[in-house]
Write a protein that binds this ligand. Structure first.
Ligand SMILES: *Cc1c(COP(=O)(O)O)cnc(C)c1O
Length: 355
């Protein structure tokens, strides 16, 4: 049967009616890939999987939430949506609004959006409002403006977003036949870690899984409010998708971390980029910097034994590497490119010298 998106697939577990017009681009149903080379080189028996959310229609997990948020906005008669965004939410909002035939307004921090995400928001025809401020400033403005303007907020404070995003946990349980022992995620606003926990506990309560995973949340050193235990005024990190100092799902994340016996940790930009490169070079998987932090966390905790050998671990790779080509290229040695004349002789030489 043709796959037509996660709302259709999980209709009985989502707040939609029989007559609701579904706004979908075929999101969800992403691959769960078992890592081979990295665990082998580490000499660990941990079964390490990545959930490749970068393969959603606009290149990030935000599509799972946006299909629900825009479906419900349209159902309620809304003609416009608005969000603050570090980039991926605006890309998803712009695409789903285009699909629905409504307007999207996106508030983004000036100069701090990865190139691919900006291209998406622009090409889909959203109205882009750049602010001389960060995501947290944008979020505050969105909340205030939505009180008097006729627009629906589609940030993760919109409860339908988390409903859509919880389906990633359903897919993982169905694919593995059980819940993993540990689930690792990058944490910005903490909406996604909250949504995953909702999904896992919902399937556990329904008897579709006999356990729930321990939830591990990782942040960038310069944007790590969960590590400091308080807001960060001026968050800074190369991983722009998690450059957030005032997480909107703070209380829920603290609670689920406790309830699942989980923990939070943080990593430097250097460690984040090293892990992004490791995944591309050793496994052929290209994710954006923020996503790589879930694997950085898993590898550190496997190494230290906090995650015991033999465990099953899922890391969410939240967004595709093509979102941020500038950061990818800046990590590579462009001098290593070989420039030659178009002759067989010179191509042969280039190959032989580099075998
Ligand atoms: C939005 C986003 C995150 C952070 O998710 P939260 O729900 O805000 O914690 C992480 N990585 C990428 C690529 C994102 O787009």
């Amino acid at each position: 049967m043709r796959y037509t998106g996660l709302i259709e697939r999980y209709r009985d577990r989502l707040p939609v009616g029989d007559k609701t017009r579904l706004i979908s681009l075929g999101e969800g149903n992403t691959p769960l890939i078992r890592l081979e080379n990295i665990p082998c080189e580490m000499g660990t028996q941990v079964k390490l999987y990545i959930k490749y959310e970068g393969l959603n229609p606009t290149g990030s997990f935000k599509d799972r939430g946006m299909t629900m948020a825009v479906t419900k906005a349209v159902e309620s008669g809304s003609k416009a949506i608005i969000c603050a965004s570090t980039g991926n939410t605006s890309a998803a909002a712009a695409a789903y609004a285009a699909r629905a035939g409504i307007k999207a307004f996106v508030i983004i921090p000036e100069g701090k959006i990865a190139l691919g995400k900006l291209a998406q928001a622009m090409i889909h025809g959203s109205t882009i409002i750049q602010i001389k401020g960060n995501f947290d400033d944008g979020m505050q403005l969105v909340k205030e403006v939505a009180e008097f303007a006729p627009v629906s907020i589609v940030n993760s404070i919109n409860p339908f977003r988390l409903q859509g995003q919880k389906t990633a946990a359903f897919e993982i349980i169905e694919e593995l036949g059980h819940a993993p022992d540990y689930h690792c995620l990058p944490v910005g606003n903490a909406g996604n870690i909250t949504a995953h926990w909702m999904g896992y506990t919902e399937y556990f309560d329904a008897g579709k899984a006999s356990s729930t995973p321990t939830m591990l949340g990782y942040q960038a050193e310069g944007a790590a409010p969960f590590i400091h235990g308080s807001k960060v005024e001026k968050p800074e990190t190369i991983a722009t998708a998690i450059r957030i100092g005032n997480p909107q799902s703070w209380d829920k994340a603290i609670k689920l971390s406790k309830d699942s016996n989980g923990w939070f940790d943080c990593f430097s930009d250097k460690e984040i980029l090293a892990t992004q490169k490791l995944l591309t070079e050793k496994e052929g998987i290209f994710c954006e910097p923020a996503s790589a932090i879930s694997v950085a966390g898993a590898l550190k905790d496997i190494e230290s034994g906090k995650i015991p050998d033999g465990s099953s671990v899922v890391c969410t790779l939240t967004g595709h590497g093509l979102k941020d080509p500038d950061t990818a290229i800046s990590q590579c040695d462009t001098d290593a490119m070989i420039n030659i004349n178009p002759t067989l002789e010179e191509v042969k030489k280039a190959i032989l010298e580099n075998m």
